[in-house]
Ligand binder design. Structure first.
Ligand code: DUC
Ligand code: ZN
Ligand code: ZN
Length: 463
């Protein structure tokens, strides 16, 4: 199959121009003006943008957590992703105790097979760092194609500083990257005890239990370990101004510190926890939503380059029968997480580009190009000859009101209900195959379950 997309505004991380994209099979063959290839299908993209497919490097599909499991599996989660313009996900693959990295990867690949609708990769999550696991890092980076490893500094399955140092040292040897959930466990524990003693157990207290200093301290400690080992680190879901200032300071020093934020930390503030009844539980995620000044600082960080990636931390739990079943009487038992995989691009375009907070080029950079480079997705992240034909033809003027019933995520709410969007995907392609299309008043899935492939990623090559 060949495809010629004509007269769209092609956007890269460094510029934009009106032109054509020619796709043969699964690859982009040519990008330029007035291309004259014969093609099986010709699409007129005049008035529309031609963007690289979005890469979401932070998802929790079908993940057992806090006594339940996230609601999207590889089928529903990747169908929703495709409808939102996401054409690659890198999902967390959290190790079971005693399980080798290889077995852990094969286990999750098995769940994805026949279900996954777009390309995917996995980040092994290290929770049981035995010497055998540390020895396996080399193969994970160089053989399995999974060069990034997630660790938690908080939760019962956190790793200690000694383990973090070992992982940084080992990953550095082969071009691996450690990703950190940075919150200080003991600060959270202390706050939980104080709040429990005062019988403060409603959802709002979730935010009080995880103050910004918990993030600031953990980010700062992780950075010190990078300074010590000369390795590199990627901070996931950065939520605070104080955390960001530590990242900025370290980057100014020349350290290899990368950081991601998520739409929820850019757009929603901690007032949400005060919504009537138990509604605040919808926003119980870790780290929690922050006060307004933090949101402003994160937008600045995104614009200036101190933050390199926007991802979702997609961890959906139903409100009814999920959040309320476990945590009605105690915020600590509310499953942490919120849905977001489908709304990533529309939110960043509307709230970032349309509102003038970031440029279109910067949006492409933080949603695709940087993500591909940091995580070794060499065939993804750009509209360029030789890359996979993962393409979003985007209608910048299309209006859409976010509502759960018009989205595909397998969850009974969206944190963005009622928000007015400007700009939506019109057509989405995964390796040259159409996977989603705007129809009437929403985007519909037009792809095929099982189409997605596991993508081997390359070791880190500098950024
Ligand atoms: N934070 C969440 O809110 N959910 C999943 C895991 C995490 O770290
Ligand atoms: Zn996390
Ligand atoms: Zn997460």
């Amino acid at each position: 199959m060949s495809l010629l997309i004509k007269n769209g505004l092609i956007v890269t991380s460094t510029g934009r121009f009106i032109g054509d994209v020619y796709v043969e099979g699964e690859k982009i063959k040519a990008v330029g003006s007035d291309l004259r290839y014969k093609a099986d299908e010709i699409i007129d993209a005049a008035g529309r943008y031609i963007l690289p497919g979005v890469i979401d490097p932070h998802t929790h599909l079908e993940m057992p957590f806090m006594g339940t499991t996230t609601k999207d599996d590889y089928k529903t989660g990747t169908i929703a992703a495709a409808c939102g313009g996401v054409t690659t996900v890198v999902d967390f693959d959290i190790q079971n105790k005693g399980e080798s990295i290889y077995d852990c990867l094969e286990r999750k690949k098995g769940w994805a097979k026949d279900k996954v609708a777009i390309d995917f990769s996995l980040h092994p999550g290290i929770v049981d760092p035995t010497p055998e696991i540390i020895d396996e890092i080399k193969d994970a980076v160089l053989e399995y194609g999974t060069p990034s490893f997630k660790i938690f500094m908080v939760y019962d399955f956190r790793v200690d500083d000694e383990t973090m140092i070992k992982l940084l040292k080992e990953t550095k040897k082969y071009g691996g990257l450690v990703q950190v959930h940075a919150e200080n466990y003991y600060i959270v524990k202390y706050m939980n005890e104080i709040l429990a003693a005062e019988n403060k157990l409603e959802p709002y207290n979730h935010a009080l239990s995880r103050p910004v200093i918990a993030e600031e301290e953990a980010v700062s400690r992780a950075i010190k370990m990078v300074e010590l080992t000369g390795s590199r680190i990627y901070i996931v879901h950065l939520s605070s101004m104080r955390g960001l200032s530590k990242v900025k300071e370290a980057r100014d020093q020349g350290l290899d510190i990368f950081a991601e934020t998520c739409p929820q930390y850019l757009l929603l503030d901690d007032e949400r926890y005060k919504e009537p009844g138990f509604n605040g539980a919808k926003y119980v995620m870790s780290p929690p939503l922050r006060s307004r000044e933090n949101l402003t600082a994160l937008w600045t960080g995104l614009r200036t380059g101190d933050l390199q990636v926007v991802a979702t931390d997609h961890a959906p739990f139903d409100f009814n029968g999920g959040k309320d079943m476990f945590g009605k009487d105690d915020y600590k038992k509310i499953p942490n997480g919120a849905p977001g995989i489908e709304t990533l691009l529309m939110l960043l375009h509307t709230e970032g580009v349309v509102k003038g907070r970031i440029s279109l080029e910067r949006m492409v950079e933080v949603l695709s190009t940087n993500t591909a480079r940091i995580f070794g997705l060499e065939s993804k992240g750009e509209i360029a000859a030789g890359k996979d034909a993962d393409i979003v033809i985007f209608d910048p003027d299309r209006k859409f009101t976010i509502t759960q019933s018009k989205l595909h995520m397998n969850v009974d709410y969206t944190p963005y209900e009622g928000m007015e969007m400007r700009g939506m995907p019109y057509l989405v392609y995964s390796r040259g195959r159409q996977v989603a299309k705007w129809q009437d008043d929403h985007v519909e899935f037009t792809g095929q379950e099982g189409w997605g492939k596991f993508v081997k990623r390359a070791p880190f090559k500098g950024f």
